[in-house]
Design a protein around this ligand. Structure first.
Ligand code: FAD
Length: 510
């Protein structure tokens, strides 16, 4: 074995799954030097995530891969929920057009080719080094940085020195273990079988035309319509049922027999899982951050696991870039970096508790309680099931890098309007800090790192009224938007705008 080579970078990332790849792309685009390693050579070829949403498409737009990803996506069909006696009790839909983020709000997708697109994007960044077949075996940190010990597929050791480390190494994160970050158990532990089937024409003719949540006390289960002929079933296992036998082809076809026979398609994969709800207690240990599955795991209802991981890295990337580039220093820099965990931990806990609430509805196994649930849900909507957009379940940020002045728009995701020339706001105006002014307010002076977007200017006129509707809903005329598209604060007049800009400057230690 030769002497270990040492590489020195701004940020090291362990794990090149979706979270690690998006982190590498965002930080690489921001001009930082990055090293990302993964112990595997290729992408994980079996789809895990099947759903994503418009916020994630906006992040994909930011890293320049939307057009390459779109062929592997389709709009998510409505999900119809059926109760104990087979009656419709809920319908999950998506918000109506014009779409607020510029993309179909809920999508299904095929994970392996999308991960390949992500990796290809990262490979084109000259300042990002990708080490595949390279396992992180240990790490040590000091006041100035982190030293990673790596081992290549040939057993050759090497090391990387980085100012900061992001652990994107999945649910069993070794980094998390080494730095001693504990997971809080949010008390959800259910055994399920997850089955992906490539269904043929004969089978497709037998299946429902919408995705379905069977809230049946005997065996709660889900069917999701994936892209093309991909159909996913999530089938709960009964207490004492043999999870290994259920995951054999015979066991799986037996559980699918209500819908399909082996002549109707081929099993793509079947695996039994325990669905958990876990959230990291701390998200930062010195110079190490955790993100993605390394920081949280949630039940798959609404398909938010990967989305949450990409929200993590989108939140962290602009903060880390600002600190590494020296734009924020000293105590303000530490506060900015600490805000990552404060914001994301609270958001993940809140969304997970909402997903657990959905899980409690779906997973009720007591027949009498399930009937009472059905009666309650139907009574709540006056007996006529109304559409519930999936996006309504997502929380906003409640604290962190936000204005001290509360408003209903603060902490939410700002829309991406289409502007004159039929171009999205991010493509036209960039994705840093933005001050968006409605048609009643003229452009005003802003700090050098803020872009002023005055919709009154003909070249910036919005074509679908998305921002006008958003401002009306939140009773404001201006919004200061962070680089991750979350709203720092809102204002109703020019004086409020001046105060918001001053508050932001102070928060960043300027
Ligand atoms: C059945 C199921 C259904 C799901 N459905 C959805 C859905 O519909 N929508 C959704 O958004 N999410 C869904 N998820 C969750 C989603 O798949 C995960 O949240 C997502 O893939 C996690 O991405 P990640 O990048 O954080 O981690 P991973 O994809 O797990 O990547 C971690 C990477 O780290 C590498 N690694 C680990 N240790 C080391 C080491 N020591 N050195 C080097 N490399 C290392 C691994 O090889 C791996 O490539 C689902 C998950 C499951 C299991």
């Amino acid at each position: 074995m030769g002497a270990a080579a040492t590489t020195s970078v701004d940020v090291a990332i362990v794990g090149f799954g979706p979270a690690g790849a998006v982190a590498a792309a965002l930080l690489g685009q921001a001009g930082l030097t990055v090293h990302v390693c993964d112990r595997l050579d290729g992408v994980y070829e079996i789809p895990r995530a099947i759903a994503l949403d418009h916020e994630i498409m906006r992040i994909f737009q930011q890293i320049g891969i939307v057009d390459a990803v779109l062929p592997f996506t389709e709009p998510f069909t409505n999900s119809e929920w059926f109760g104990a006696d087979g009656q419709l009790i809920r319908r999950m839909t998506m918000v109506d057009p014009p779409y607020p983020q510029g993309y179909t709000p809920s999508l299904v997708f095929t994970q392996p080719p999308v991960e390949r697109v992500l990796r290809e994007r990262v490979r084109r960044l000259p300042n990002v080094q990708v080490a595949l077949g390279t396992e992180m075996t240990d790490l040590a940190q000091d006041a100035d940085g982190v030293t990673l010990s790596l081992r290549g597929a040939d057993g050759e050791p090497s090391s990387v020195r980085a100012r900061w480390l992001i652990a994107c190494d999945g649910g069993a994160s070794r980094v998390r273990g080494i730095v001693g970050i504990e997971l809080d158990d949010l008390d959800f532990d259910e055994p399920w079988l997850v089955v992906d089937v490539r269904v043929n024409a004969r089978g497709l003719a037998k299946l429902p035309r919408t995705s379905v949540q069977f809230c049946e006390p005997d065996r709660p289960c889900t069917m999701v319509i994936g892209p093309g002929n991909h159909r996913r079933w999530e089938i709960s296992l009964k207490p004492g049922e043999d999870a290994i036998a259920a995951a054999t082809p015979e066991g799986t076809w037996a559980l699918l027999s209500r819908w399909l026979t082996p002549q109707d398609g081929e099993l793509w994969r079947q695996a039994s899982y325990r669905f958990h709800a876990l959230v990291a207690r701390e998200w930062r240990a010195g110079r190490v951050f955790v993100a993605g599955d390394a920081a949280h795991m949630q039940p798959p209802f609404l398909g938010q696991g990967m989305c949450q991981g990409l929200r993590d890295v989108a939140n962290l990337a602009w903060k880390l870039a600002a600190v590494v580039r020296g734009e924020v220093r000293g105590a303000a820099a530490q506060a900015l970096l600490d805000s990552y965990g404060r914001e994301r931990r609270a958001h993940v806990r809140e969304l997970t508790s909402r997903l657990k609430g959905l899980g409690a509805i779906i997973c009720e196994r007591d027949a009498a309680k399930a009937r009472a649930r059905d009666a309650r849900l139907l009574a709540e909507c006056g007996g006529v099931v109304k559409d519930t957009p999936r996006q309504d379940v997502l929380p906003r940020l409640e604290f962190g890098v936000l204005s001290d002045t509360a408003s209903s728009g603060r902490g939410g995701l700002f829309p991406q309007p289409r502007l004159a020339g039929d171009v999205g706001m991010d493509a036209r105006c960039g994705t840093g800090w933005r001050l968006v002014l409605d048609v009643s307010l003229p452009a005003c002076p802003v700090d050098v790192d803020v872009t002023c977007i005055a919709l009154a200017e003909p070249a910036l006129a919005e074509t679908e009224g998305v921002v006008a509707a958003w401002m009306a809903r939140h009773a404001c005329r201006a919004a200061l938007v962070r680089p991750d598209h979350y709203v720092y604060g809102t204002a109703v007049d020019a004086a409020g705008v001046t105060a918001l800009l001053a508050e932001r400057r102070a928060a960043l230690g300027r």
